[in-house]
Design a protein around this ligand. Structure first.
Ligand code: F6R
Length: 593
């Protein structure tokens, strides 16, 4: 995820910017850049790669600067696309975090008015808009205020002009904090960037614009001056990188509501804007993926088949090479959050060789998969640091729902209802996060078992598989996911007091049989933990624990139920004292077959 910083004070602003950016390196980035106002000059430096490689950085003696670490979203990683971005005459510099969803429209309008753009980014519209209003005679500050009225989407940005001694920061739906020092001020997307200099910060709110001058700072919201509380950060630098969370995994689970919003914003406006030319003329879809991405594919199969009638197969990417099937009019979709999983890349290469169309769904712009597949769709989860996939899995599901809805043959009114439900999912996930304490208690009760079985039917089956994978990889408990109907065909022999069963009970057409399966398990003495809809009054009669999930259309149960199971795995692993963010023997990108 991009990181932004800004500085106004008495120190050398180039040195502050680079040290603040280094503190944001943990967020992941592929390029970076800094601008310093040095006298009446604007000095800009941009680079692809890591800051660590740069020694003795110097960019003039100015005392006002801004900086950025970029994690590419619009446009590949390159010096041209790296921030800061500037206006036509390089007088205004801007660094931005977030997505300007109407940038294409704004850019076309500005180009018609004579503005020349240098990069492929959405951000570049911001300095051009500010320039436009400056040219109409507004001050820098007023021009920024006018510019933000035209922006849609999400942003936190910092701007400076070579013509005025001012630093301006604006926040809307992307984080921005103001660090308050003695005679110096800092802007940053996250607290670690400023902690070396001050632990006094203001968490800016949506709609806030902060204007920093030599006399101090002022915050304006909706044209009105507002006061915000200065808080003292109680964390160490190391804690702060994880936003105060003990582990990246927990931080990333807590980012899920925002990830759903960002990924939806990418493909759904007033209605679905996703271009589905990849699906023209296809007769079937074949998913190829590994691990968690394979489980997302299984959800994709259920949802796409249900909503579109297109037949879907799901293959482990690592097995795809070993059988030969005809691929006439097939669309092969490779799902890989890292974009680097060797087996998935190889499966896509094979699909291309045998003449199938290929589409990749990935979280990493410019990753290897983007150079192989014919079509690319990005998830907007931001970098995931914990090895275990959580927020990227949910973002993959969102993209799959959008594909299914866009290709759907169901009545338009039903599609609209489902889109409305999708939009309220972030609030439902927030509700689950509010219930974290209850999940933690149950996790602590089950943390001493050595084995677990997860069961589900229909959409509950991939949820069970994914829940079990999360549990085994971070807690080292042997956990297996099964279709509930399969238990009788062997695994029943394992049931008993020492074999807890996690049952994913969804209120759809699988419900009655699922409840019978739960009863059968209970009759064999296994402790049962049900994850169930908040309206379900039956299930609690037959199980030891119920974790309630906010009601949704059952088709979206994989989102809500999976967040519960991620938290269950997290707290179980924590109780067992496991090293959660870096489980033994595992890597974030599996680049060997
Ligand atoms: C599990 C996990 C792995 C990955 C798998 C595929 O939490 O992270 O199972 O899902 O290695 O990785 P990607 O999606 O990068 O291809």
């Amino acid at each position: 995820m991009c990181g932004i910083v800004g500085y106004f004070g008495f120190r050398r602003a180039d040195k502050v910017a680079i040290s603040a950016l280094k503190r944001l390196e943990y967020r992941g980035y592929d390029s970076w850049g800094i601008a310093v106002k040095s006298g009446n000059e604007l000095k800009i430096y941009k680079k692809v790669g890591a800051i660590g490689e740069v020694k003795d950085f110097e960019l003039g003696e100015g005392k006002i600067s801004l900086g950025h670490t970029r994690w590419a979203t619009h446009g590949k990683p390159s010096e041209v696309n790296a921030h800061p971005h500037t206006d036509c005459n390089d007088e205004i510099a801007v660094v931005h975090n977030g997505i300007i969803s109407n940038f294409q429209k704004l850019r076309e309008k500005l180009e018609r008015e004579g503005h020349e753009f240098k990069s492929e980014t959405d951000t570049e519209v911001i300095p051009h808009l500010i320039e436009k209003y400056c040219k109409k005679g507004l001050s820098f500050e007023k021009a920024v205020m006018e510019a933000i009225k035209e922006l849609e989407g999400s942003y936190a940005f910092v701007a400076l002009s070579k013509n005025e001694d001012k630093l301006i920061g604006c926040r809307y739906k992307s984080p921005l904090i103001l660090g308050v020092g003695d005679g110096e001020f800092f802007l940053a997307s996250d607290v670690p960037a400023v902690l070396e200099y001050t632990n006094r910060v203001i968490y800016l709110e949506d709609g806030d614009t902060v204007i920093i001058t030599k006399d101090g700072y002022e915050i304006i919201n909706n044209g009105v001056k507002v006061e915000r509380k200065v808080e003292t950060v109680p964390w160490s630098l190391e804690d702060a990188e994880r936003g105060g969370y003990e582990h990246f995994m927990l931080k990333e689970i807590h980012e899920i509501p925002r990830v759903i919003e960002d990924t939806l914003m990418e493909y759904v406006g007033e209605e679905i804007t996703l271009d589905v030319s990849f699906a023209a003329g296809i007769s079937e879809i074949v998913f190829v993926a590994c691990g968690t991405s394979y489980h997302a594919s299984l959800v994709g199969k259920y949802v796409i088949e249900k909503l579109t009638g297109i037949p879907v197969r799901v293959e482990y990417a690592s097995e795809f090479n070993y059988h030969d099937v005809p691929f006439s009019r097939s669309l092969v979709i490779g799902i890989t959050q890292s974009g680097e999983t060797a087996d998935t890349l190889e499966a896509l290469r094979k699909a291309k060789r045998i003449g199938a169309k290929t589409l990749a769904i990935t979280n990493v712009l410019g990753s290897s998969v983007t150079r192989i597949a014919d079509y690319i769709l990005y998830t907007r989860a931001g970098p995931e640091i914990s090895v275990c996939a959580t927020k990227t899995f949910i973002a993959q599901l969102i993209v799959l729902y959008v594909i299914a809805l866009r290709l759907s043959t169901i009545p338009r009114s039903e599609i609209e209802d489902l889109i409305t439900e999708l939009r309220i999912l972030p609030a439902k996930v927030e509700k689950i996060l509010d219930n974290e304490e209850e999940i933690r208690k149950i996790a602590e009760d089950i943390a001493n078992y050595d084995n677990m079985i997860y069961i589900g039917r229909g959409l509950g089956y991939p949820i069970a598989l994914e829940g079990a994978l999360k549990m085994k990889e971070i807690s080292y408990i042997h956990a297996e996911g099964y279709p509930a109907g399969e238990l009788k065909h062997g695994p029943f022999a394992l049931l008993g007091k020492e074999m807890p069963v996690i049952a994913c009970v969804i209120m759809d057409d699988t419900y009655d049989v699922m409840l019978s399966n739960v009863k059968e398990v209970k009759a064999r003495d296994s402790p049962v933990i049900a994850v169930a809809d908040e309206r379900d009054e039956e299930v609690e009669k037959f199980v030891d624990y119920v974790i309630r999930v906010p009601s949704t259309n059952p088709i979206f149960a994989p989102i809500t139920y999976s967040v519960v199971l991620q938290l269950l795995a997290y707290y179980t692993a924590k109780k067992r004292g496991c090293e959660i963010d870096k489980p033994r023997h595992l890597a974030k990108s599996v680049t060997v077959e």
